[in-house]
Design a protein around this ligand. Structure first.
Ligand SMILES: Nc1ncnc2c1ncn2[C@@H]1O[C@H](COP(=O)(O)OP(=O)(O)O)[C@@H](O)[C@H]1O
Ligand SMILES: [Mg+2]
Length: 205
């Protein structure tokens, strides 16, 4: 089934597993992928990573709206590049397929003056998949993220935990926030197409 709303993969922070999760979802749903803002790593971008990790021939990787050369918060990277990010420029790519969108960093990452990643999610009318990881401090990040999503009245499909299980953390988060558990991605020794395909079986979408 094609999802009506685009699915926006956000995380409780940066380097949490958004790209890996996006690749898994893109492969599982044979969905399209779009990274609106790539900040730094232009020779190994998230779009390139996702492309290299999926096996199906249906998924289309849409071009980024902003490609910034510096690996900082987008508002800083844009300024260094002499660009001002214009919120009006973010238009959903045209597709009949399910669309997986990957944010940069977490929800409260600034794109330009007065405009955060969470504002972009709202503007695109997307449904959120939150990626979390269990480490000391992660309950706080995760609950703050779910709290912000509620405040903004954004629809949330659910949460995916990436890596090691911690039932103290997960049970508390699920009970307190009432967010839907969508699955857990294991820690892979080798992250290749086979692992990404297999991981789809752990996600309930
Ligand atoms: N489940 C996992 N198993 C093995 N390596 C992982 C896993 N999840 C993430 N990684 C590695 O951790 C790093 C950050 O993941 P990534 O998906 O790029 O995070 P983000 O997009 O949130 O910045 C990458 O090097 C990725 O390969
Ligand atoms: Mg990423």
């Amino acid at each position: 089934m094609i999802d009506k709303k685009p699915l926006f993969v956000t995380g409780i922070g940066t380097w949490i597993g958004k790209t890996i999760t996006s690749a898994i979802l893109v492969e599982k749903l044979k969905a399209d992928y779009w990274k609106p803002v790539q900040s730094g790593d232009l020779d190994n971008s998230d779009s390139q990573k996702v492309k290299s990790l999926i096996s199906n021939k249906i998924s289309f990787i849409h071009p980024e709206t902003y490609l910034l050369t510096q690996p900082f918060s987008p508002h800083k990277s844009a300024d260094i590049d002499g660009i001002t990010i214009d919120a009006e420029k973010f238009m959903l790519p045209q597709t009949n397929n399910t669309l997986i969108i990957e944010g940069a960093g977490g929800l409260m990452v600034p794109l330009c003056k007065g405009f955060l990643m969470i504002d972009l999610i709202k503007k695109l009318d997307a449904e959120v998949i939150l990626v979390s990881q269990n480490f000391l401090g992660s309950i706080n990040y995760t609950l703050l993220s779910t709290f912000a999503l509620k405040e903004y009245d954004i629809s949330v499909r659910g949460i995916i935990f990436n890596g090691k299980k911690d039932h103290y953390s997960e049970e508390f988060i699920l009970e307190h926030s009432e967010i839907t558990f969508l699955g857990r991605i294991p820690e892979f020794d080798v992250l290749d197409k086979k692992a990404i395909k297999e991981a789809g079986n752990y996600i309930d979408l």
